[in-house]
Design a protein around this ligand. Structure first.
Ligand code: COA
Length: 202
């Protein structure tokens, strides 16, 4: 039986595992990184810690098989990360240590994280990350998680939500477009920023 459960701090190791196992444009990225936690430090941990009330975990008989994490205010989140999330990681992952290039790129992002432009953060203040293991995909869980997030954001009066997706992740891009997200920006690496206005008929 599959259940959606509220996110708690004790879920973080499972979130990091699912993040890693879906981190190569939706496929398993475990072999891409020597450090198993670097993806989670960016795309699961800080969101789950900053705004846990927006997150949910998907649990089946074999354990956590997916999650959604989100933040209501990306600009507040980025300020919080500078104060509370990145400093300890900057000590743990100094620049210039010998590492695989894929790991070093993520370490550089710990020291110089991207800042979301006002052109995105003003119309689409919230952002989300959703990751389901293959055994949880294609059963309507993705739609359910996004719709439940939208409901929570609209109850907070938030006017829009955005997300970043790898250009190679055609399946996820098609899924988001099917749910009404539209392209709002293209990143330097070709990744897409998709956005959805909230509080308006879809
Ligand atoms: C992308 C992902 C979140 C989609 O979730 P999902 O549970 O597999 O999708 P659902 O079964 O809820 O599909 C919801 C709807 O989208 C449609 N859809 C899903 N994938 C689609 C695709 N590739 N093309 C067109 N429509 C698609 C479904 O047909 C369904 O339509 P309906 O509700 O109108 O009948 C999930 O597959 C996943 O986590 N993948 C791996 C990690 C990942 O890539 N995350 C995104 C990183 S940005």
């Amino acid at each position: 039986m599959v259940r959606l459960l509220p996110l708690t701090a004790s879920d973080l190791p499972a979130l990091y595992r699912v993040c890693r196992q879906t981190g190569r444009a939706g496929r398993d990225a475990s072999a891409d990184h020597d450090d198993p936690d670097l993806l989670g430090h960016h795309w699961a941990g800080p969101q789950a810690t900053f705004d846990p009330a927006l997150g949910e975990v998907v649990v089946d008989d074999d354990g956590v098989c997916g999650y959604l994490v989100g933040v209501g205010s990306t600009s507040d989140f980025e300020v919080w990360c500078e104060q509370h999330w990145w400093p300890a990681l900057r000590e743990r992952y100094p620049l210039g240590a010998v590492r695989r290039a894929s790991d070093e790129a993520l370490v550089r992002s710990i020291h110089r994280p991207d800042v979301t432009s006002a052109a995105i953060a003003e119309p689409f203040p919230a952002h989300l990350h959703i990751n389901l293991l293959p055994r949880a995909q294609g059963q309507g869980l993705g739609r359910m998680l996004i719709e439940r997030l939208i409901d929570r954001l609209e109850r907070r009066g938030i006017g829009g939500v955005h997300l970043g997706v790898d250009a190679d992740n055609a399946r996820a891009i098609a899924f988001y477009r099917h749910l009404g997200f539209a392209e709002v920006a293209v990143e330097d690496d070709g990744g897409l920023i998709l956005g959805l206005r909230l509080g308006v008929p879809r």
